[in-house]
Design a protein around this ligand. Structure first.
Ligand code: 4AD
Ligand code: MG
Length: 476
């Protein structure tokens, strides 16, 4: 059997007889099957000779039926495709009641398709998105493997809150936890689903040198936005002897490697999504439309260096910006605030018009493990204490990566933990890395879904993960 992709692309197959199998997208004029097998966004036109295929079989060629076709590959007479199949035999493998099938050959809204998430992979849009998600995932492994990083599996059940934000899902074996002592529970303590594998990755990095995690991550933050999921996938590289500069270089290089890979491997899917996005843009008022199409945007990001600025510079730019002067920002701007999505988008989309890496955030708004900046460090500020944090901001998305150089000095780390109310006793094992051969090290977390959103142009994060988990939503 051949994949439809190979039949469409491999010119040596013209004139030969092949077998393909897939699902009927449409069946027109009792003659033309548009067949798709998921190997490509493109359909194979299978032309039926009415004398060879009886009427009863033709009646079963409904949208979404599974069929196997054998026939000769010939140059196509119609426009739109290079070749088509002159069918000699068609076998219906799985019937489908075309009337009842929820996904009709017409444009459905993304909301409707989310309610039919079990079938949405059969649409061109979603099959393209998930093939690209595969390419990005595979590219991540390839990139880190090529660069000497070990794939490290951090635990999913954990007793620590790496981010200290308290947004965790409890894991328990008790039917009812009310009034029970956590000591009686399965692990003899309170446990949660991980919010980050970083702390464990740091242990591994101070032994293996370079590691990365790539796994599901859980956050019980009640934010119903187009960029938040309760279950998402995060990639967390961590490297010993790397500083904040090296961390920025790694983040930029990884993003570019992944974009280049998708441009190389998934051009037909990108072309489809580019067209889809262009249609969507046409619905918007002129001034809200983006100037570049999807593919142009990817090439632009690939070919231009990311802008690197400090938090101090970011605040200066925002204070001098038109929306600030005209009081158009919803949230206040002053040194010490956490940048809000509207601020990030101004910097990236209006001011620089390309990805931006911001370093040197105020210590009070960042996690306990980040390294405190001294006067000679990048991002040091005379306005208040800062840490060696870095956020990578992308057009249309905002924060796509969050990372930092870690505090490797035991006394400084303990002081910061005390300041932020992070219990040191529970993290004795983490602190041991600073006791026994501590070294400068750094890493970051890349949100897979946000990156896939950028590459596919999908506006809502729920449309780039197979089965989204969001507040009030865990169907399928
Ligand atoms: O900035 P965050 O919270 O950083 C960490 O968790 C660090 N421990 C990473 C590290 O240094 N090893 O999360 C990292 C990235 C964000 O930039 C974002 O892309 C993604 O993870 N992310 C989410 N994606 C979808 N839904 C959510 N609720 C997300 N929260 C974070
Ligand atoms: Mg962050």
């Amino acid at each position: 059997m051949h994949s439809i992709r190979s039949v469409l692309d491999d010119t040596t197959l013209t004139g030969t007889t092949v077998t393909v199998a897939g699902w009927v997208r449409t069946f027109r004029n009792d003659r033309f099957i548009a067949l798709n097998d998921g190997s490509t966004v493109r359909n194979l036109q299978c032309v039926i000779d009415q004398e060879q295929v009886d009427e009863a079989t033709r009646a079963r060629l409904t949208t979404s039926a599974a069929v196997r076709c054998t026939g000769t590959i010939v140059e196509s007479k119609g426009g739109g495709q290079r070749v088509e199949m002159q069918v000699s035999e068609v076998v219906v493998l799985g019937d489908s009641d075309g009337e009842k099938y929820p996904i009709q050959p017409k444009k459905h809204s993304l909301e409707f398709l989310r309610e039919n998430a079990h079938l949405r992979f059969r649409t061109s849009t979603f099959s393209a998105v998930f093939r690209i998600r595969h390419q990005v995932s595979f590219g991540i492994h390839a990139y880190f493997d090529q660069h000497g990083y070990n794939y490290f599996h951090s635990p999913i059940i954990t007793a620590s809150d790496a981010e200290g934000a308290g947004e965790m899902f409890r894991v328990t074996a008790l039917a009812d936890t009310k009034g029970t002592d956590p000591a009686e529970d399965f692990f003899g303590r309170v446990t949660n689903l991980t919010v980050s594998g970083q702390l464990e990755a740091e242990l591994a990095a101070t032994a293996l040198g370079k590691v990365y995690t790539f796994g599901p991550t859980f956050r019980a933050e009640n934010s119903n936005t187009a960029r938040h999921l309760a279950e998402f996938w995060m990639i967390e590289p961590e490297a010993a002897f790397m500083d904040i500069q090296g961390n920025m270089d790694l983040a930029e290089d990884l993003c570019k490697h992944l974009i280049a890979r998708v441009l190389e491997k998934s051009m037909d899917d990108l072309q489809f999504l580019d067209g889809r996005l262009a249609d969507e843009e046409k619905q918007k008022p002129q001034q809200q439309r983006s100037e570049m199409g999807l593919i142009d945007r990817l090439k632009f990001v690939l070919e231009n260096p990311f802008e690197r600025i400090t938090y101090d510079q970011a605040i200066d730019i925002l204070l001098r910006s038109k929306p600030y002067q005209k009081k158009q920002f919803q949230f206040p701007v002053e040194w010490g605030i956490d940048l809000q999505s509207e601020h990030e988008r101004y910097l990236v989309e209006k001011h620089f018009n390309k990805p931006v890496i911001v370093t040197g955030y105020p210590a009070q708004i960042k996690a306990f493990y980040m390294r405190t900046n001294g006067p000679d460090d990048l991002g040091y500020s005379d306005k208040g204490p800062t840490v060696a944090a870095m956020d990578v901001l992308f057009p249309g998305i905002g924060e796509i990566i969050g990372g930092s150089q870690r505090e490797e000095r035991l006394d400084m780390l303990e002081a910061r933990m005390a300041e932020m109310g992070v219990p040191t006793e529970q993290l004795w094992w983490y602190l041991d890395t600073r006791r026994f051969g501590t070294v400068p090290h750094a890493g970051f977390g890349l949100g897979l879904e946000r990156f896939v959103q950028f590459v596919t142009g999908m506006g809502n994060i729920r449309d780039v993960i197979p089965f989204p988990r969001t507040p009030g939503n865990a169907e399928f």
